[in-house]
Structures are given as C-alpha cells and as structure tokens.
Design a protein around this ligand. Structure first.
Ligand code: DX5
Ligand code: ZN
Length: 221
C-alpha cells in the first residue's frame, strides 16, 4: 500500500490509545470509517520513556488489515530496525531526526525496502535539522507533544513549524502532525499546511470511534 496522494486530508488513528488486547477489532472499526491509514507507535523505552509494540505485532496485524501501516519509530536505533519493520509489513516508516546518524542513507534504505519514508521532529527540534533531507521524504512528521504518551496537551508553538516545513517541501510531500489533535486543534494545523492528522485519544478515547473520526474530518473543512 502507498501513502494517499498529497493534498488530500487524511485522519490517521493512532492505536496507542486503543485496547491493545483487541487491536485487530479496533483497526476493523476505523477501517469501516473509511480511513486509509493507521498510525503504529513504536517505542523502545530508551528514546522515549515508554514501551509499546515491535515487528511481531505489526506482522500479525498485517494479516488483519489492508490499511496503510504508518509506523512511527520512537526508537534510538532506527537504522538497525528499518528492515524488520519493512518485512513485518510496514508501508511507511518514520524515524526521528534526533535518533538518526545518517538520515539520507536511512531514507534511501527505506525506499530500497519498498517503504515510503518519513522523518520526524520533536517539539524542541528546529526545522533546519531536517532541511537537507526533507525533500527526499514522502512525509514529514511534526510532533505537537513530547513523544511517549497519548492524551497530552497540544503545543501550539510546535505546530507553528508546520508552515515552515510546508515552505521547504512544497505541495508534493505530506505533512503529518501528531499529538493533541482533536476537532478543536485541527483547524490550526490544517491552516499551517498539515494534511495528515494523527489522533489517538480523540478517537480511541471515545466510545464511538467512527463519529470521532468524522468530527475531526469536519473540523478540517
Ligand atoms: C505520542 C505518539 C502519538 C500518540 C498521540 O508519542 O506518537 O501518536 O498516539 O496521541 P494523542 O492523539 O492522544 O495526543
Ligand atoms: Zn505517533
């Protein structure tokens, strides 16, 4: 599966706030809401102070879903694990610029493995950190919380960086935003130029996931 074409707004549910004991069922529900992508948060207890899922879980989920698997690697050594995620069935792999020694090589490697490639900026990381490689990516991820946990408060000053990223990459690269996205914060990030809206708590924290997805879509205009 490939990323949907740039410019179309995509709401991308993050399973971090889903029921981890029922992941396949949770993904089936969001699939029925017509989303194209699902966001898989991978944490190693080292780059971030939390631990979630690894390639074996991705591989099992792959048997249950045809959605684009958008894997967000919050891990210290993404180059070491890129191939494992690709083989497990990840379609898109995002790594953090703060964790990559040779980002250009890793982007090339992901493309060679048949994945689209993304690079992520923490809230305190300036846009210039990704400037040399931004246009080699298929999607740039701007964090609007400190990575590690769902349900945190949106950081408006981090969202401002989206506008600068859009200037650098132009219209043909997706810009994803992650952290505190809900119907209230969505209009701001869309105005700055984000087209890929990750939401965990605002979807899986609600009893009606489908209505929650529709509320974010409606807020995006
Ligand atoms: C946070 C993760 C996010 C998380 C967002 O470290 O990268 O994807 O699920 O959760 P919400 O939408 O609840 O802020
Ligand atoms: Zn994420």
């Amino acid at each position: 599966m490939r990323l949907p074409k740039p410019g179309t707004i995509q709401v991308v549910p993050s399973i971090l706030s889903a029921d981890f004991a029922r992941l396949a069922d949770e993904i089936a529900v969001i699939e029925s809401a017509g989303v194209a992508m699902v966001h898989l948060d991978v944490m190693d207890g080292h780059f971030v102070p939390n631990i979630t899922i690894g390639p074996p879980v991705v591989a099992k989920l792959r048997q249950h879903s045809t959605l684009v698997f958008d894997s967000h690697l919050m891990i210290s050594d993404p180059a070491e694990y890129a191939e494992h995620f690709a083989k497990a069935g990840a379609d898109h792999v995002t790594f953090h610029i703060e964790a990559a020694n040779k980002p250009e090589e890793l982007i090339e490697e992901l493309h060679r493995l048949g994945c689209s490639a993304g690079i992520c900026l923490n809230p305190e990381t300036p846009v210039k950190a990704i400037e040399p490689v931004a246009s080699l990516c298929d999607m740039i991820l701007v964090m609007t919380v400190h990575p590690g946990f769902g349900g945190q408060e949106f950081m408006p000053e981090a969202a401002e960086k989206i506008a600068r990223v859009r200037e650098i990459v132009g219209p043909d690269v997706r810009i994803e935003v992650d952290g505190g996205i809900d119907p209230q914060t969505t209009p701001t990030v869309v105005r700055y130029g984000a087209d890929t809206l990750v939401a965990g708590n605002a979807i899986f924290g609600k009893p009606d996931r489908i209505a929650a997805i529709e509320a974010i879509r409606a807020a995006a205009g």
